[in-house]
Design a protein around this ligand. Structure first.
Ligand code: HEC
Ligand code: HEC
Length: 386
């Protein structure tokens, strides 16, 4: 209905907004009974009309979604969706995300994850713990909890000067997002999964408006509209056209395969702070065939993509009484994750409370391990044979 300010140049949008405001407010509040604040918020939401909210959850769906959130997401995104509890997991309640990202920009990372980041996929189809309905309902639940209007975004490309965009990116964005868009204290902006899921308008909306209550500022106060378009076009140019690869699901290991090198000697690790083992020590112990149990504490779908050989999927949200059965108490257990330690620390603390004292956490996490050049076993890709 209201597409007042197309092609929004922010400065002129604001000027226009003040001109239109009176007329429109008068018109709408008399004709339709819509109040001024609503019209105002529609006008300032540059370019964009509101669309109807998604279907409302039933009380039961809402309860399940809330508990799924606590079980699967709170570890990194925070108990109250505030973000930045572990790693640099973004806020899942900022206005600019919740008004622009429902459903797909929130749903897709939840279902399929962001490759090579701590964000794994939670959909059962790729080896995660949630059903399709549960992922949709959790998306709607996040929207309801945040309590903002949903805006309609165009899927058209944002046009801009890529060369200019790169230089503005280098000046303003690398401190947090990294020289190669890899994410330092903020999301990885050249990430192929993110670029596959996020439309240009979604990206531009984030740059213009920032993410409320996070270090991400509203760059419409700092940069010109043309520069913001140029950075958006520059980020888009980082997407390669290759299809997302689909991993063939492996069978999960059975208890008789839990122990790596069952006949080997104990690794006798020297643990730092009585908890941490270095990648080098772990790699040496594996090479000299020591007896250990390796727990991959990430969401199981990422174990499917790549894991340290011999590790068993033992996600941080697992029911310990079920998963721990079959693991003897005398064997050295090492847990790892990608965040780089949060999920593994959490799991090992639970195990220690259950009397598993011969436990340790891989200090560098699996990404650190890989960066140091140590090997991982990768999943088979659909349609590719060797
Ligand atoms: C182990 C830590 C961890 C857990 C657990 C986790 N996430 Fe994330 N999540 C991240 C990180 C880190 C990112 C940012 C990755 C990047 O792009 O660099 C992220 C990104 C996201 C995004 C994209 C947000 C945006 O601003 O674009 C969504 C949506 C999301 N996570 C939802 C979830 C949900 C829902 C759950 C629970 C089912 C969950 N995450 C569990 C770490 C985690
Ligand atoms: C001071 C650190 C910092 C700087 C500088 C910064 N950002 Fe961010 N940015 C963040 C953080 C942190 C987030 C995640 C916020 C959240 O949702 O919790 C973010 C989120 C984003 C997102 C949303 C990503 C998504 O998947 O939802 C985009 C796009 C983005 N930034 C682009 C930029 C651009 C372009 C610049 C430079 C003009 C920039 N940022 C500068 C810290 C920063």
């Amino acid at each position: 209905m209201l597409t007042l300010i197309r092609d929004a140049d922010i400065a002129s949008a604001r000027l226009k907004a003040s001109k239109y405001m009176f007329r429109i407010t008068a018109l709408f509040s008399s004709l339709l009974g819509i109040t001024a604040p609503l019209v105002l918020s529609l006008i300032y939401a540059e370019n964009i009309e509101a669309i109807s909210p998604p279907p409302k959850l039933t009380a039961e769906q809402s309860t399940v979604a809330a508990s799924n959130y606590q079980r699967y997401c709170a570890l990194c995104h925070g108990e109250d969706r505030e973000g930045h509890t572990n790693d640099h997991a973004p806020s899942l309640r900022s206005k600019s995300l919740m008004e622009s990202g429902i459903a797909h920009q929130v749903l897709r990372p939840m279902q399929y994850g962001r490759k090579d980041t701590a964000m794994g996929g939670y959909l059962d189809e790729i080896g995660g713990p949630m059903t399709l309905d549960e992922t949709w309902n959790l998306t709607y639940w996040l929207f309801e909890q945040a309590g903002y209007d949903r805006l309609k975004f165009s899927t058209n490309p944002v046009k801009g000067d890529i060369v200019r965009g790169e230089s503005v990116y280098r000046e303003h964005c690398t401190a947090c997002h990294g020289v190669n868009g890899e994410g330092v204290s903020a999301p990885a902006l050249y990430n192929q999964s993110a670029l596959a899921h996020n439309t240009d308008e979604f990206i531009r909306h984030a740059i213009r408006n920032g993410r409320q209550d996070t270090p991400m500022k509203a760059y419409q106060d700092i940069l010109s509209p043309t520069d913001i378009d140029s950075i958006t076009a520059f980020l888009r140019s980082k997407a390669d056209a290759t299809q997302e690869q689909k991993t063939v699901l492996r069978k999960l290991p059975t208890p008789d395969h839990y122990i790596v090198n069952p006949d080997g000697e104990d690794p006798n690790f020297n643990l730092q702070d009585d908890l941490y083992v270095s990648s080098k020590d772990l790699n040496d112990a594996l090479n000299s065939k020591r007896r250990m149990v390796l727990l991959d504490t990430r969401v199981t779908s990422v174990w499917q993509n790549a894991h340290i050989e011999g590790s068993i999927p033992f996600p941080y949200y697992a029911d310990l009484d079920e998963t721990v059965a079959g693991i003897p108490k005398d064997v050295q257990i090492i847990a790892y994750c990608s965040c780089p330690r949060a999920a593994a620390d959490y799991t090992i603390n639970k195990l220690r409370r259950k009397g598993y004292t011969r436990t340790a956490v891989l200090w560098e996490g699996i990404f650190g391990w890989m960066h140091l050049g140590y090997p991982v076993t990768r999943g088979d890709i659909a349609g590719v044979s060797d």
